[in-house]
Write a protein that binds this ligand. Structure first.
Ligand SMILES: NC(=O)c1ccc[n+]([C@@H]2O[C@H](COP(=O)([O-])OP(=O)(O)OC[C@H]3O[C@@H](n4cnc5c(N)ncnc54)[C@H](O)[C@@H]3O)[C@@H](O)[C@H]2O)c1
Length: 345
């Protein structure tokens, strides 16, 4: 208990005693007989309670069985109420594309703060190995499958509880091809392979939105923190959303779509206290680039104004963490790119 009698995470149940269910955390607290609040916790102002000691403590929400559920007040270094999601063992997260690259770095970073992480990915071996390393859960799933994503959320929620955090990193490239062109040698006319276009949109754009919609629906069941916040969503677009290069119509459209939906989702979810932000990475050193020859990577690194190197996955994870924990950051898309602006080719 803090000096001001506000509850902190450390006042609450140990991880072992936490129920592995949709419940965030619960503590028996006697509450004074004030008007009842809805168990779903909407309408923050009416839910503030005093305990029997008259302490204006963390938000206390009545449950149907008459017990109370307490969300910890977040206390800043100066002792004042801190409006930011605090990462701790009491928070669960889902990271799509979490078996590799940017998603894996984010999963590691969240775990370092105690967050329980479920990895959604198609890559079973990598996913299971990382889940074992971080003490998380691996759910093999293709984000293009509606029933598969439903099953993955059901599995992760049963294992670690309803997620308050969703980080969408699952994504694919998709080969460069001009919209229409003539073969230099044969003169044959061809156009962009539309099956590729569709596949990229299915994975990158629809897959991202599917996970957002299903995760947000689950987050609605959560008790909000005392500032009304229920959860935070971070998506991954690309600088290609703004600087689309020759031959990248499918990839660029998929990533621009993610940027486009970011504000809409933030607005859609404003009454639920769920924030949504998007990162536009530049060129990052992940397995996505591993297949490229070293000279290509060197030339890509040299094209970054400063610092003249590829981005490191943990630098992406650090921004994802900031977006999750910065309570006022919402509906925003942020480039993380060393000031690179991609040339037409
Ligand atoms: N690395 C970069 O330079 C860079 C730049 C801009 C944007 N991005 C974006 O960042 C995200 C992460 O990329 P990365 O660099 O970490 O690549 P990565 O290949 O290391 O990771 C992507 C992960 O997504 C998974 N995945 C792909 N399709 C999936 C599907 N249908 N269902 C579930 N999982 C699927 C892959 O198995 C992989 O583990 C992608 O959306 C990518 O477009 C990366």
């Amino acid at each position: 208990m803090g000096k001001d009698n506000t509850l902190r995470d450390t006042d609450l149940a140990s991880p072992q005693t936490l129920p592995g269910s949709a419940t965030f955390l619960a503590e028996q607290v006697p509450i004074s007989p004030v008007q009842s609040a809805p168990a779903h916790g909407y309408g923050r102002g009416k839910q503030q309670r005093r305990n029997t000691a008259g302490v204006p403590a963390a938000a206390i929400f009545s449950l149907r069985d008459g017990r109370a559920r307490v969300c910890p007040a977040r206390i800043g270094a100066d002792g004042r109420r801190d409006f930011a999601m605090q990462l701790s063992f009491s928070i669960a997260a889902v990271v799509t594309g979490g078996a590799s690259g940017l998603g894996a770095a984010t999963a590691r970073r969240l775990t370092a703060h105690g967050v329980k992480v479920a990895l959604f990915d198609v890559q079973q071996e990598l996913g299971e190995a990382l889940a074992a390393e971080i003490g998380g859960v691996f759910c093999q799933v293709d984000v293009t499958s509606d029933s598969g994503v439903d099953a993955a959320f059901a599995r992760s929620r049963a294992a670690i509880g309803q997620e308050r955090i969703l980080v969408n990193c699952a994504g694919v490239g998709g080969g460069a091809a001009r919209t229409a062109s003539r073969d230099r040698e044969t003169g044959e006319i061809r156009h962009y392979p539309l099956a590729n276009f569709e596949r990229i949109i299915q994975v990158n754009l629809i897959g991202t939105y599917r996970c957002i919609a299903k995760s947000a629906a689950g987050m609605l069941t959560l008790t909000p923190f005392d500032d009304g916040e229920r959860g935070a969503i971070v998506n991954t677009a690309s600088v290609a959303a703004q600087d689309g290069q020759i031959g990248q119509a499918g990839y660029t459209a998929s990533k621009a779509g993610i940027v486009g939906l970011t504000l809409v989702v933030a607005r859609d979810l404003m009454d639920a206290g769920i924030r949504c932000n998007t990162i536009l990475p530049g060129i990052f050193d992940t397995p996505l680039l591993a297949r490229a020859p070293q000279r290509v990577k060197d030339s890509l690194a040299a094209s970054v104004p400063f610092p003249k190197r590829l981005g490191q996955p943990d630098e992406y994870a650090a921004l994802a963490e900031l977006m999750i924990t910065s309570g006022y950051m919402n509906g925003e898309s942020v480039r993380l790119d060393g000031a690179i602006r991609m040339a037409p080719r």
